[in-house]
Ligand binder design. Structure first.
Ligand code: MF3
Ligand code: CO
Ligand code: CO
Length: 260
């Protein structure tokens, strides 16, 4: 499938949508504490996106998804549906935000710790985050999508973690999920060649145990088959002449390249 190249005007809108999605994660951070339900987090993000940002929460009613954000707790890999269950100390939770502003999507997620995480939960989350950054660092014109996946897989597996294969990063723009697919595993030099003006996500799902997953009967929530913990981080990226621009970068991350 052909990969669409954004015009300067479209890139401007992608930057705005990306910034708004990032701002929701920053806004919600202080509320991710023991005793809060993921429904309350959903409500707060929903209201913020609608009332403060004059934007649209893309997940709501997307292929029938019932809420405005995804919240994936502990062994949940992705697409967790917010519910009335309260978070407790030691939980790890991914919050995945996608907003639509002026027809364009921004998509980003991060891990939150509820209280102090176990050493292995902290290690997993850090491996997943660094895997995402290492994948993003491969991005430049003429590189291939497979270079991203290869770098992510190599780093995660060297750190005794596994990469989920069934879900991948995706082109993004007017469409939520577009070409190309960004696999988080694979071989260098394979897949699509990157070009200036492409926009897509990098969003590895990393498990502490085996890579295999199953979907719950709610039709959405994905969990690890062996019930091991899972972590995910996601950014929306623009390919530039010199490499890449992270459209969903948060203030807390401005020095991320120093930690690689
Ligand atoms: N935000 C997810 C992604 O990164 C997709 C969520 S689809 C939903 O691609 F329907 F579950 F919201
Ligand atoms: Co995504
Ligand atoms: Co997402």
């Amino acid at each position: 499938m052909a990969i669409n190249i954004k015009t300067a005007a479209e890139i401007k809108k992608m930057r705005i949508a990306g910034k708004l999605a990032a701002d929701v994660l920053t806004m919600i951070e202080p509320y991710v504490v023991a005793g809060v339900s993921t429904d309350e987090l959903d409500q707060r993000c929903h209201n913020y996106i609608i009332d403060q940002q004059q934007a649209i929460p893309a997940p709501l009613n997307y292929k029938g998804f019932p809420k405005s954000i995804c919240t994936s707790v502990n062994q949940q890999v992705c697409h967790g549906i917010p519910n009335q269950k309260k978070l407790k100390k030691g939980d790890i939770v991914n919050i995945d935000i996608t907003v639509i502003k002026d027809e364009y999507h921004g998509d980003t997620s991060k891990m939150f710790y509820v209280g102090t995480p176990s050493p292995q939960a902290k290690r997993l989350s850090e491996v997943a985050q660094k895997a995402m950054y290492i994948g993003i660092s491969q991005i430049k014109p003429k590189a291939h999508t497979g270079d991203i996946g290869h770098a992510i897989q190599k780093y995660a597996e060297a750190n005794y973690c596994s990469i989920v294969r069934e879900y991948c990063g995706h082109g993004i723009g007017k469409k939520f999920h577009d070409a190309p697919q960004i696999l988080h595993y694979g071989k260098q030099g394979t897949g699509s060649e990157l070009e200036v003006g492409m926009t897509f996500t990098v969003e590895p799902m990393v498990n502490l145990g085996k890579r295999h997953i199953k979907q719950l009967s709610d039709g959405w929530t994905v969990v690890t088959k062996d019930r091991s913990l899972s972590a995910q981080w996601e950014h929306t990226i623009l390919v530039t002449e010199t490499g890449f621009e992270i459209l969903t970068l948060r203030e807390e991350e401005v020095n991320w390249e120093h930690k690689l």
